[in-house]
Design a protein around this ligand. Structure first.
Ligand code: DAH
Length: 358
């Protein structure tokens, strides 16, 4: 037999120094494979005399076991090293913010809806919805706007051809019909907020044939004008993020509320630049009032027992004021450069704890 010590050192060195799993497998084959060096020596055992065979057999078996064990150990080392290298290479910092690029941007109208819902949600209002195609009874009549009423003309209504059950179909001119649908479906106490699309035949820098409103409605046994004022003052200040924002209620008229008011917020127009906040000037931002008892009765709500307040806000208008958007038509042009500029990071959902602002 050849010099087994030398062979042993040589094979073990090849195993221990194998730089990767491929080289290790090569070392294994050349020692223990079918034509490997240890295998070849084992084949020679048969030609030896019995005594010699036992002795050489023990040595070869021990060598075989040592080499096998060394291969297993090197395999573990290489596996661990490979995993370490992969972990180092693929390391991610989970505390990094989401990369907004591939997710696109959130449209300012969606953002504004989320902000308004976050504020009223905190006050216990739930989101409600209704259809864009409305029956004229819900859009007008039930809201105390009779057929000959000038408000029907003022609103430049889109009428659809035909009628359903004797009612004309319209594209809703405001979100107020959802007040009616909700009161018909659910008994008070109610606190709802209704964001949605609305339509009027009108188009210029401050009007679009499709635009958005948010309607609010609260009905309970003891709801009064103080609740209306408290909720809306809080809303204006939270939405614009100005704690001492002046808010004023000016008497107005809506058929569906009595008394009615328009809400103005403080601003400054000094130097031709509009700035929301203390500044001596006023800017109208929404309409509101105590729900007209006739409207409650039209929905089957007992007006002797329940009263409520309602309001309606134009979403584009408050978005333009807050985010400095000059032309309403740009909201609907789908101009990607505009969206990248005025849009919001996806997953950056507004809430009152994290803050509503960028
Ligand atoms: N529906 C009105 C409009 O479109 C806005 C409005 C005013 C809604 C007063 C209300 C309200 O609920 O109480 O101009």
């Amino acid at each position: 037999m050849e010099n087994l010590e030398g062979l042993r050192d040589e094979i073990l060195a090849a195993v221990r120094q194998a730089p990767d799993l491929g080289a290790l497998e090569g070392a294994r084959i050349s020692a223990l494979g079918r034509k490997g060096r240890i295998t070849a020596l084992m084949k020679e055992l048969g030609a030896l005399a019995a005594d010699e065979r036992r002795h050489a057999g023990q040595i070869l078996n021990a060598l075989h076991d040592d080499v096998t064990a060394a291969i297993a150990q090197r395999k573990r080392e290489l596996g661990r090293a490979e995993l370490d290298a992969r972990l180092a290479e693929e390391r991610i910092d989970v505390t990094l913010p989401v990369r907004p690029g591939p997710l696109g941007r959130i449209h300012p109208i969606s953002q504004t809806i989320d902000e308004v819902v976050a504020i009223f949600g905190e006050m216990g209002f739930q989101v409600a919805e209704g259809p864009d195609i409305e029956d004229d009874w819900y859009n007008f009549t039930a809201l105390n706007i009779p057929p000959e009423h000038p408000a029907r003309q003022e609103m430049d209504t889109f009428y659809l051809p035909g009628a359903k059950d004797g009612h004309r179909l319209v594209l809703r001119t405001h979100t107020s019909p959802v007040q009616i649908r909700t009161m018909q479906e659910r008994a008070p106490p109610l606190r709802i907020i209704v964001p949605g699309r609305t339509y009027r035949c009108d188009s210029d820098a401050t009007h679009s044939p499709m635009f958005h409103q948010v309607e609010g409605l609260m009905v309970d046994e003891s709801t009064h004008f103080g609740h209306l004022k408290g909720c809306l003052i809080e809303f204006c200040r939270a939405y614009f993020g100005i704690e001492d924002l002046p808010v004023r209620f000016r008497p107005s008229y809506f058929p569906f509320t009595e008394p009615s008011a328009e809400v103005d917020i403080g601003c400054s127009r000094a130097g031709g630049e509009l700035k929301i906040g203390r500044g001596g000037d006023w800017l109208e931002i929404l309409g509101c009032g105590m729900v007209n008892p006739k409207v409650l009765e039209n929905c089957g709500v007992d007006s002797a027992r329940f009263q409520g307040f309602a309001f309606g806000v134009g979403l584009e208008r408050i978005a333009m004021l807050k985010y400095g958007i000059a032309d309403l038509r740009t909201f609907f042009e789908s101009d990607l450069r505009w969206l990248r500029h005025f849009g919001f990071a996806a997953l950056d959902v507004p809430n009152l704890v994290g803050g509503l602002h960028r």
